[in-house]
Ligand binder design. Structure first.
Ligand SMILES: [Mg+2]
Length: 122
């Protein structure tokens, strides 16, 4: 079976690193982006099987970024990419919008729990 590819988006370097390490150790091929703009560039460059994204980020927030990414993906393939949002700071309205797009996990989160959720989708 092919190694599954995951895109991790978070402006917090520590979170990005810990999630990346966790998923790499679990055998996934992980690419990370520090903001939604870089994430959009990555999605134009390669296909991913799953995205883990922060919501509150400077510039473009995770919900807007994921909407744009979904639009780009749908131009190329009928399939949708599962989204897991990890957030500690999103306001209720953003959280609600995120909920409609994918799964929402609140920070501080347990890394084991995140891995369990990732495995549910892949
Ligand atoms: Mg953030």
């Amino acid at each position: 079976m092919d190694t599954k590819k995951i895109l991790v988006i978070d402006d917090d370097g520590l979170v990005r690193k810990s999630v990346q390490n966790l998923l790499c150790k679990a055998g996934y091929n992980v690419t990370s982006a520090s903001d939604a703009f870089k994430a959009i560039d990555e999605i134009k460059r390669q296909d991913f099987d799953l995205i883990v994204s922060d919501i509150r980020m400077p510039g473009k927030n995770g919900v807007e970024g994921i909407r744009e990414i979904r639009g780009i993906v749908k131009q190329h393939t009928p399939k949708d990419i599962p989204i897991i949002f990890i957030t500690g700071y999103a306001d209720a309205s953003e959280e609600l919008k995120a909920d409609l797009l994918g799964e929402v996990i609140l920070k501080p989160f347990d890394l084991d729990q995140l891995l369990i959720t990732v495995r549910e989708y892949l």
